[in-house]
Each structure stands twice: as C-alpha cells, then as structure tokens.
Ligand binder design. Sequence first.
Ligand code: LLP
Length: 437
Amino acid sequence: MHDFSFKRGKLYCENVSVASLAKKHGSPLYVYSHATLTSNFRQLDSALSPVDHLVCYSPKANSNLGVLRALANAGSGFDIVSGGELQRVIAAGGDPSKCIFAGVGKTEEEIELALKKSIYAFTAESEPEMVRINKIARRLKKKAPIAIRVNPNVDAKTHAKITTGTYENKFGIAFEEVEGVYKRAAKLKNLHLRGLQMHIGSQLTEVGPFEKAVKKVAPLAKRLAEKHGIEFFSIGGGLGIAYESALESGDAKWWRSPKRTNLLSPAKYAAKLVPLLTPLGLRILIEPGRFIAGNAGILVTRVEYVKQTGVKNFVIVDAAMNDLARPALYDSYHEIVPLTWKPGDHLKKNQISSDVVGPVCESGDYFCKNRPLPKVGEGDHLALLSAGAYGFVMASNYNTRANPAEVLVKGNQAEVVRKRQSLKQLWAGESVPKWLK
Ligand code: LLP
C-alpha cells in the first residue's frame, strides 16, 4: 500500500498535491510519504509480533536523514553496510545499539568506529574479517559482538544482479563450513558470538525461497544456540514490492487495483516463516529496505520535448539515468503517470506508445520503451512510481548533473529534506594542477 493517489484527477502524496511541490521545488524531485514509510514498517513489525524480533531497516535503500528519523521514531533498528551509514543513522537520531553491520569489505576504520559506538553486532562474511574484528576489539579492550553470515546456497529466483544467497555470490560463508568457523571463532577471546545471519537476495515476490532457506538454516541456528549461546537469527531482507499496476489494462481504477498490492504481503511472509522460527526461541531480525521505502517514494520529472521520429514517440524528460539508475542497470520497470489524469486517459485509444528518455548521452538512458502513455507535452510533469528505494541513493553526477532535491510529506506538511545540489558543489573539491596554470 502507499499514500500516492489521484484526487479529482490530480496526483497527491498524502494531502499534498505533487504538482504544487514541483512548482515550488522544481524538477526533478523525489517525494516521499511519511505515512507509507511508517505503515510499511509497522506491517512488518506486527506480522513478526508472535516472536521476539527487531526490524532493522536497510538504509542502503534510502538513507535520507528524514527517512531514517521517521523509522527510528517508529522503533526501527538499522542494517548498515558502511561507516558512512552508521554515521548517518546516528546523525538522524538512530540508536547504534540497534544496528547490525553487514558487508564483505569492512575496513579497520569502520570496524573501530562501530566498536566505539557499541553496535548490536557485526555480520562477519569471512574468517579473515573475524580475525580483524577480534584484533581491533583487543586493541580497544572490548568484546566485539558478531554474527556470521551463512550462505545457504538457495536460489532466490530474482534478478541476477540482486541474488546473494548462492555459491556463485561473494557473500557469506558456505553453509557446510559455518559450524567449523564458529568453533574457531569461539577461540578468539575478543569476540562475542551473538547471532547468525543470512540474506538470499532482493525483490523476492514469492515466499518459497525464504521458506526453503529458513528450513535449511533453522536447525543450524538451533545448534549454534546450544553450543555457542547465540541469541539472534537474522533472516535478511528481500521482500519484493509491486512495481506494476493495472494501468495498462485500461482499468480506470488502476491506482487502487489489487494488482499493485498482491505480491508478497507481510502476513503471507509471516504465516510461512513464523512457525519455523518460533521453536528456535531466538530473537529474529529482518533487514527490509525496498519493502519499507520502495512504494513510499516517487521521482517527479518535467517533459522538455516530445520528439516523433516516425518509428517512435520520444518523451524527453529532465530526469535521467543519473537520477534513477534502476531501468538502465537492471532493465527494471517503474510505472509512469502524469500528475494530472484527464478523463479517458486510461483508454487505449487516448494513449500513445512512448519511450520516456532522459537527456544523458547514452542509449541506456531511458525509463521505459514502447509503453502506452497518455499524451503529454512540453512543460507537463510525470511521476516515476516506486522510486523510494534504490532511487536517490544510487544517483550520480554523470554528465555534470546536480542531484535532485528530496521532499518528505506528512499529512498536509511537506518539507525539503535535502536541497537540490548546486552545480558549484559538483566541482568544489577539484582543482587545476599548479603546473597547468
Ligand atoms: N540485507 C542485506 C545483507 C542486503 O545486502 C540487502 C540488499 C538488504 C538486506 C535489503 O534488501 P531489500 O529488503 O531492500 O531487498 N540496487 C538494487 C538492490 C540491491 C540490494 C542490495 N542488498 C535494486 O535497485 O534493485
């Protein structure tokens, strides 16, 4: 579910018209809904209520301070992947003692920072990393809480670039080797073996792979609890969201169509997994990013030109692959709607097959190809939906394009939570060598 809807033909985020935001703050513009963020969080939190649990939001999906604060206020922990993310969480008012720290390449500085801030646990992804964490903890006269990331070798059946839980991937330690690794870790005096972690991939739309992985790993978690006294089992993130609605089916009520919400619901997820997890008696962690932030954000863009080539109708907009990289990177689908929905716009006869493209000088700079869209012209605005996760965070300055502003809406309040980057900021750290002057 989400809080973007059409009221009298105008797109609203909660009670604020998106067109009014574009007028005030310019374009391209990311817009987030506080109600959607927090209700997505609460749905997961309550689905897991039968077990002792902690939802650790993954800031990698959207790390804006406003977003992090909204989730910290709702009680969220955080699944961080860098020292930078830890600093962000702290800057946003998040609690380091609710943070777990994943990633295959943690540096000495990052480990030291996390130890000094007393995070809940590191998820170690290799033996050399464990040894490094132990060494730094000894130097700081601390015990480092760790979980080991197990690679369960279960296919998540998702896009190859976001699959993580098979032996083809760089993540974690092979299932068969994990117990041996815990045995050796137990001998490292400055480690506290606190948990076990896994994450099989992202944008999973079926519960099957989660169930398979939990079934495979739960007995291991139980044995580790008995032998080493671990207290938590993190089953990772990965819950998929709906990116497509029934717009193209010509359904006038497409926005509220069940097609948009019929994917993996927290209830379905919990119904299958909670019975497998309850008998463990462990604290269960999950690490959702996309599920919480994905449908809580849109990217608003302005039409600059419409160019008809005989073969194609190109709608050239002011956002590009540097602002939202997912279509160029993964060929991913983002629904595109005009901010004003005119009567009959949903009818095929009023739509025109279009390629929505950005101004960046690459053929890969497109948001959709040959998609039936209502007719739009110069100065109209479009919204790219489901852009709240892996949107702004993956933006770059390619083609010397400044990053968009971000706005957070709550009810009828809207606030800029990140200013549009100024062009000068882009080369602020650069200089011309003396010998070229
Ligand atoms: N935990 C770990 C260890 C992860 O690596 C990830 C995501 C998550 C949790 C959160 O996964 P989520 O609940 O968001 O699926 N840029 C790609 C997605 C990359 C996901 C990376 N890891 C995209 O735009 O689809």
